[in-house]
Write a protein that binds this ligand. Structure first.
Ligand code: ADP
Ligand code: MG
Length: 362
């Protein structure tokens, strides 16, 4: 993996949460402290933190735009939203609604579509781009085609020249932005939705949007293809908290398993980047298998950890942020009185006499 950009986003408190104590205290645009109700503090640093007053456009500019630009240059990229149900994953990905016209509420997907077709327009006649769209969801470890529900168990195969293939998946050739939004909207309407005791209509599946961007250069036989994959993951909440039983419990267990597999793949990729050649367990889940091309090689990846700002969701937020911190593998310095989540004990450098004095003076 060429690079992974890990960011956190705090959504505003909803009207139901009004007046509830919050668990976050801002430091700057990259760091904050998470506090539980016993005043335990956990400091986190990411590439960027989007606080509750952040705009949808800010998130797009920082996290998605460079990846979309690279897809036009035939570099694969992945954008993933992670977090518990209700944390703001879908709001970030789709916006208040996929067809939302209010620019403050427009999500990443419609902005990706705008950028892709804007670039095609600017490109003129010498080069021709072809944009294809597929949409699948992974529900109970089965891959369903959201453009054709009769294909409810798509097989994943690896092809020597073409990489990971979703056998028989519907690929729609898109000619403009309006058409793209129409198809996205119909795919979203086909998602499996379930109700949990967290009192929200929550998607119990991972939703994967795949844009294949092909560039044919006139008078040259070469074709460059960039795969741009956006993933709206299923809620990462712990099973006990949702009060799940029966089928819902099975769903939650399957979700947890695939999210752990994703974490393991990201960890293995980041450690092999640090010079340790190791096995990358892409085959452990359908999610990681589908993302194999997009995450491996020279691709760009962005992970957005979405969190609720309320103390009632403290433990879920802590677990979401720990997932992000592990993905980032950043070693920040330890601060006195603060549990530093990026602090890696193995990398500890012995304190000099001066450091000790500084610490005591704090
Ligand atoms: P998730 O997909 O993580 O389950 P949603 O994206 O559906 O969560 O968000 C839950 C609720 O919070 C929705 O009503 C959504 O409109 C609202 N919401 C989430 N993020 C924001 C935000 N940044 N600004 C305003 N409302 C938000
Ligand atoms: Mg959602």
């Amino acid at each position: 993996m060429a690079s992974i950009c890990v960011c956190a986003r705090w959504r505003p408190a909803t009207s139901k949460e009004d007046g509830e104590p919050l668990c976050i205290s801002r430091s700057d645009s990259q760091s904050f402290t998470l506090e539980d109700d016993k005043d335990e503090k956990y400091m986190f640093s990411f590439d960027k933190v989007f606080y509750e007053d952040s705009e949808q456009a800010d998130v797009y500019e920082f996290l998605a735009r460079p990846i979309v630009r690279d897809a036009l240059k035939a570099i694969n990229g992945t954008i993933i939203t992670y977090g518990q149900t209700g944390a703001g994953k879908t709001y970030t990905m789709e916006g208040a609604n996929i067809l939302e016209t209010d620019s403050n509420k427009k999500g990443l997907l419609p902005r990706v579509v705008d950028e892709l077709f804007e670039a095609i327009k600017l490109c003129g006649e010498t080069s021709a781009y072809k944009i294809k769209l597929s949409m699948v969801e992974i529900y109970m470890e089965r891959v369903r085609d959201l453009f054709d529900l009769s294909k409810d168990n798509i097989q994943i195969k690896e092809h020597k020249g073409h990489g990971i293939l979703l056998c028989g998946v519907t690929e729609i050739l898109i000619s403009d932005g309006e058409e793209a939004l129409k198809f996205l909207s119909s795919g979203i309407a086909n998602r499996a939705v379930g109700e949990t005791q967290m009192n929200m209509a929550s998607s119990r599946s991972h939703c994967i949007y795949i844009f294949t961007v092909q560039k044919e250069v006139a008078n040259e036989k070469s074709v460059g293809t960039g795969k741009l994959v956006l993933v709206d993951l299923a809620g990462s909440e712990k099973v006990e908290k949702t009060g799940a039983e029966g089928r819902v419990l099975e769903e939650a267990k399957t979700i947890n398993k695939s999210l752990s597999a994703l974490g393991n793949v990201i960890n293995a990729l980041t450690s092999s980047q640090q010079g340790k050649a190791n096995h990358i367990p892409f085959r452990d889940s359908k999610l990681t298998r589908i993302l194999q091309d997009a995450l491996g090689g020279s691709s760009q990846t962005a992970l957005l950890c979405c969190c609720s700002p309320c103390r009632g969701n403290f433990s879920e937020s802590l677990s979401t942020l720990r997932f992000g911190a592990r993905a980032k593998h950043i070693k920040a310095s330890s601060r006195v009185g603060c549990k530093d989540e990026m602090y890696d004990k193995k990398q500890e450098i012995p304190l000099s006499e001066n450091d000790v004095k500084l610490k005591l003076a704090d």
